[in-house]
Design a protein around this ligand. Structure first.
Ligand SMILES: [Zn+2]
Length: 708
């Protein structure tokens, strides 16, 4: 799971296939806590009142209610105005949003079988719901009439942006097409959703099929006793008692490659991973599926009036065009290749040092990189962690920084109900003591929580709906033994700052309309505020305040800290190149017209990587075509570049702020006003320029990644 932010705003846009729904209830019983706004402060969720069996009927009722609202907007006799149409749409679906915001975080943070079942049942209903709205011709005609006379309406900047997003969401769903073409879109959507699901199912089966069986324990030399025991256990689970099973991971790289001493076995494992989905040795073949998905996406883009799928997907993103996204990536390639060259020289020297004479193959990279890392940056995690006690990192690090920069403070309260005993709640107060919102912190790992870290909202800020933000951060920090302090890794320190960046994006939101509130921004913008806040964690003045030994109160020794920071920049050439190769591959596949879809997946992949200059014999793409789940089934088609795009903004913004005095209230005020408070209420590049005075460059990104 990525470090993420979850989107669950029902006023926002989706593009989905039509499915028929079940009977919809006409009322909700009064004891259903979703029937009315929560009586708690800031409409915080009444977690003590929810029952699992409330969810499905509440969703069904909420969908019906919003559909009724949309139908009455569409059928009113008055001529369309911004207020009676766009604003009325913004007011719709309040109950649906209320239940979905709670439900979606519960299914991530405190899942059980019953919730899982409801989630599966809901998926097609949610999909059909938005088709029912966006393909409503009468509704679209009203929106279009407003759009056509927008210049004469005296709309504010935010209203213009809301109108634009609403209008585009109809167009992007196919609202203007003929009945025949709309039928074609529905059918393409339906086929695609089936193929994408099939791709995902295949991937699970392929991962199982490609796991490597090892006969003898001595071949596993280099793995820890625990890893060997796990491999034996996995083999037993497959009826192969006495043998060992090495699993492959999602990415081309496989974790065991860092430590397996047997080079022939390393090669077997790497090939099992990198050649998956190609139908080798009678195994599952994903290639036909990929070609079909690419074909249908290209056809859909054409029907919708776009050159290709990438042009369609990026039209409403910050990059706007595939060319702009591609430029960011290809501009970095030469510098990254230079760094990869240095790194490979170090690895080749290490191969010699180990008394061997073979070339550096992809299955060697991580193995020798680990040896170089140990020699140069050997960090004893156990020595570092006592300086990172969770509560100190949170209060003296994260909250301290947010106070210095934005003047806000956090005050814990114990009176609000929570969904798990681990969850803590804080009032977030502005400089003048007024309340900005509520912040829920759910930091410890548990079985009912999915992996990764994310931010989500229970209530989205909106002046129209008189709502202040109620925000949650979830992490997966290992729980300490009872009575012991939570001493956390440096990675988790960074993650705390990162997720607080997402939280502030929700908390500082100061907009009128829900569609543009908080983190409801383009995908290539949303990781910008979070990545930006990460870099405070290593500023000396901040560190001095929080990185103190939990027993003695001593500051972390500089040598130890320097090592921990340098270690984070190690192997960045390899990591950046494998990412760039995958991101460019994604854009290449989705820049094809339906006539250009090739017949040979592997040939197209090789030629594409060569064309963009990102092909390297020892550094394969992070994901190869046949198992690139982000782009074939994960919602990131044409968008894998977005991570680096956001990071480029974050690095540039941080460098700019450091040049202007660093962590000061003046700097914080500008960032809050121009970036964090705006949501997507104006074009993101305009917001960026308002903060920065110019467009970003990639210089700071290169430094951040240790590439310059
Ligand atoms: Zn994130």
């Amino acid at each position: 799971m990525i470090l993420g932010v979850s989107f669950s705003c029902w006023s926002s846009i989706s593009n989905v296939a039509a499915v028929d729904g079940p009977e919809k209830p006409t009322t909700l019983p009064a004891e259903n806590p979703f029937a009315a706004p929560s009586p708690l402060p800031l409409h915080a969720p009444a977690f003590d009142k929810f029952r699992t069996d409330y969810f499905l009927p509440t969703f069904a009722f909420g969908m019906k209610q919003q559909l009724d609202e949309m139908n009455s907007i569409a059928s009113q006799a008055d001529a369309p105005t911004f207020e009676n149409t766009i604003e009325a749409m913004e007011r719709s679906g309040v109950l649906l949003t209320r239940v979905d915001n709670v439900f979606s975080n519960l299914t991530s943070a405190e899942k059980n079988e019953a919730l899982q079942k409801i989630e599966t049942e809901l998926a097609p209903l949610k999909a059909a719901h938005w088709d029912n709205i966006l393909l409503n011709r009468r509704l679209f005609q009203r929106v279009e009439k407003i759009w056509q006379k927008k210049e004469s309406l005296g709309l504010s900047e935010e209203q213009s942006e809301v109108l634009k997003q609403r209008y585009e969401s109809f167009l992007r769903a196919g609202a203007r097409l003929s009945d025949q073409d709309q039928g074609r879109i529905r059918s393409l959507n339906e086929q695609l959703s089936k193929l994408e699901t099939k791709f995902e199912e295949n991937l699970l089966a392929i991962a199982k099929e490609r796991a490597v069986v090892v006969d003898k324990a001595e071949d596993l030399d280099g793995l820890s006793a625990a890893e060997i025991a796990a491999a034996a256990e996995d083999a037993k689970g497959r009826g192969l008692a006495g043998k060992y099973l090495l699993q492959i991971s999602n990415t081309t790289r496989v974790p065991v490659l860092t430590s397996l001493n047997n080079r022939a076995l390393r090669r077997r494992v790497w090939e099992a991973s990198a050649d998956r989905g190609l139908g080798r040795n009678g195994g599952l073949d994903n290639r036909g599926l990929v070609l079909e998905i690419a074909q249908l996406r290209a056809e859909r883009a054409k029907v919708l009036g776009y050159d290709n799928h990438a042009a369609y997907k990026l039209q409403n993103q910050m990059a706007k065009t595939p060319a702009a996204a591609r430029k960011l990536l290809t501009d970095l390639v030469p510098g990254v290749l230079e760094r990869v060259k240095q790194e490979s020289r170090d690895l080749e020297a290490m191969i010699k040092e180990c008394g061997e004479s073979h070339e550096l193959a992809p299955w060697d990279w991580e193995y020798y990189a680990e040896k170089v890392r140990k020699a140069r940056f050997a960090i004893d995690e156990g020595a570092v962690r006592p300086y990172f006690e969770l509560d100190s990192v949170l209060k003296n690090g994260v909250f301290f920084t947010m106070n210095k920069l934005y003047g806000i403070s956090f005050r814990e309260r114990k009176d609000l109900p929570v969904y798990h005993a681990d969850v803590r709640v804080f009032d977030v107060l502005d400089r003048d003591g007024s309340q900005i919102g509520l912040f829920y912190a759910d930091y410890f790992k548990r079985d009912t929580k999915r992996g990764g870290a994310w931010m989500s909202s229970f209530v989205d800020q909106s002046k129209l709906l008189h709502e202040k933000p109620v925000i949650v951060n979830c992490l997966n920090i290992p729980r300490p033994a009872k009575g012991e302090p939570a001493l956390i890794s440096f990675d988790n320190v960074t993650t705390l700052f990162h997720e607080m960046g997402h939280a502030l994006h929700g908390l500082f939101s100061d907009v009128t309309y829900p569609t543009v509130s908080g983190t409801a921004t383009p995908r290539d913008f949303v990781e910008f505020p979070s990545t930006f806040e990460e870099d405070w964690a290593i500023q000396p003045e901040i560190l001095a305040n929080y990185a103190r030994h939990y027993q003695t109160g001593e500051r972390i020794p500089k040598a130890l800290l320097d090592k921990a920071i340098s270690a984070k920049k190690f192997n960045k050439g390899f990591e950046t190149l494998e990412y760039l190769a995958a991101a460019l591959l994604d854009l290449e596949w989705h820049s094809l017209t339906s006539e250009q879809i090739p017949a040979d997946v592997e040939l197209f992949e090789a030629e594409s990587l060569k064309k963009v200059g990102a092909g390297h014999p020892a550094v394969p793409p992070r994901y190869r075509t046949a198992y690139f789940a982000h782009i074939w089934s994960g919602g990131y088609s044409s968008s894998y570049y977005a991570y680096l795009w956001s990071e480029a903004l974050a690095a540039d913004a941080f460098a700019h702020m450091m040049a202007k005095g660093g962590c000061t209230p003046e700097n914080g005020n500008v960032f809050r006003k121009e970036i964090l408070s705006r949501g997507s209420s104006r074009d993101p590049m305009l917001s960026y320029k308002a903060f920065r005075g110019s467009e970003p460059t990639v210089d700071a990104l290169l430094i951040r990644r240790g590439l310059k």
